[in-house]
Design a protein around this ligand. Structure first.
Ligand SMILES: Cc1ncc(COP(=O)(O)O)c(C=O)c1O
Length: 429
């Protein structure tokens, strides 16, 4: 059993796994098995009835994948969680028990572009919808919530702009309306922020980023605080009423594990957005060094952002760790250890200078990813945020003259030297 009173770095190394009693294996083994032998017919029946916790079939549960979900839950201070095939899968899995045709979510306008597309286009095929608001305008958030709203959704540190969200204020509104706040904590990680401590109910991650940390895995995680009362209203019948998709089980009766068990027994069973054991193993190994890596990421990001702010070719730097940032004060409250390592710069030379910069960088990799040990760069308006309308791009912090930087853990002088030579080539001062 995980001792959740232990410190972050201890949990990052140990939580969610005891040495396998059969072999004593110290590292979490890759349980590459589709199915698990039942002791007898009674054991099988108890597992299917949720009377006993165990393993049936790896689309639902797998020991390696379960260790990952439990480790992230421990780091986030959650009651339970599930690991999924990607961050995008995690978002659908977070919404699935809450939503039904005709229901909606209210989401921040500052989100990863792929999430804006998922919410504004694709979920409509399920009969769900989303409205997008500036979450700094609390009156607008309040006004966007109606009787069909089933969740508020935001990112702790928004991709791409590094904007920090006032989680406490959104949680207060969500609580008042009897709906959960769902926070995508991908870019902050639980090392910098534990959204449940700010009132979030569900936390989602793209494990593809900092959790794994080296660009080897596509994965996602959803964790649940276990404190939301799903039966307090008639808004969440999948959890509060007998669930026809699981022979009439009322999941709310499972208390803090209601959401997690529904997500396994119905969500993973029927949607199948399962993480694979090998991916889970790599992510577990990545998490062991999460605290160490994040310390270096934020130290490097702060140095690079300060240097860029003084550069002639740079119009603005969005890093919330800079005292000049409008998010600076809030960052001290939400992410006091550091404002992450993802931010954007806008160049005086506009679109042309951005394209030249991206091509001239050598140490930085030009990729559609973030949260790697390596420094990464991308021009969001022509890539990750390309599917958005021009006004959506601007609201999301991805205007055409903006370049996104994900600062890695390399020697900081080398990162700055690379930016210096590339900015000289990009010109536009
Ligand atoms: C903040 C954020 N959330 C979610 C996702 C989606 O994650 P994945 O690519 O693992 O599906 C991304 C991807 O870039 C992201 O940046």
């Amino acid at each position: 059993m995980t001792d959740t009173t232990q410190g972050f770095d201890t949990l990052a190394v140990h939580a969610g796994y005891e040495p396998d009693p059969a072999t004593g294996a110290r590292q979490v083994p890759i349980y590459q098995s589709t199915a698990y032998v039942f002791r007898d017919a009674d054991h099988a029946a108890k597992l299917f009835n949720l009377e006993e916790v165990g393993f049936i079939y790896s689309r639902l549960t797998n020991p390696t994948v379960g260790a990952l979900a439990n480790r992230v839950a421990a780091l986030e201070g959650a009651a339970g969680g599930i690991a999924c095939s990607s961050g995008h899968a995690a978002q659908i899995m977070a919404l699935f028990p809450l939503m039904a045709p005709g229901r909606n979510i209210v989401a921040s306008s500052r989100l990863y572009g792929g999430t804006i597309t998922q919410f504004s286009q694709t979920i409509r095929r399920f009969g769900w919808s989303a409205s997008f608001v500036d979450t700094d305008d609390l009156a607008a958030v309040e006004a966007a919530i109606d009787e069909d709203t089933r969740a508020l959704f935001c990112e702790t540190i928004a991709n791409p702009g590094g904007y920090v969200t006032d989680l406490d204020a959104l949680a207060e509104i969500a609580t008042r309306h009897g709906i959960p706040l769902i926070v995508d904590n991908t870019t902050a990680t639980p090392y910098l922020c534990r959204p449940i401590e700010h009132g979030a109910t569900l936390v989602v991650h793209s494990a593809t980023k900092y959790l794994t940390g080296n660009g080897t895995v596509t994965g996602g995680v959803v964790v649940d605080s276990g404190t939301f009362d799903w039966a307090a209203s008639d808004k969440f019948p999948s959890l509060s009423e007998p669930e026809p998709a699981y022979h009439g089980t009322t999941f709310a009766a499972l208390g803090p594990m209601a959401f997690t068990f529904h997500s396994i027994a119905v969500g993973l069973r029927d949607l199948g957005m399962t993480m694979n054991p090998q991916g889970a193993h790599y992510t577990l190994m990545g998490i062991e060094t999460l605290g160490l890596r994040m310390e270096r990421h934020i130290a490097n990001a702060r140095r690079v952002a300060e240097w860029l702010e003084g550069h002639d070719a740079v119009e603005a730097v969005t890093y919330a760790g800079l005292p000049s940032s409008p998010s600076y004060e809030r960052a001290q409250r939400i992410v006091p250890k550091g404002a992450g390592a993802l931010f954007t710069i806008s160049l005086k030379g506009g679109y042309e200078a951005c394209v030249k910069l991206v091509s001239a960088l050598k140490l930085f990799s030009h990729v559609a990813n973030l949260g790697d040990t390596r420094s990464l760069v991308i021009h969001p308006a022509s890539t990750t945020h390309r599917q958005l309308e021009a006004d959506q791009q601007i609201k999301a912090g991805a205007a055409p003259n903006v370049v996104r930087l994900s600062i890695g853990i390399e020697t900081v002088e080398d990162i700055i030297a690379d930016l210096e030579q590339a900015l000289a080539q990009a010109g536009g001062a």
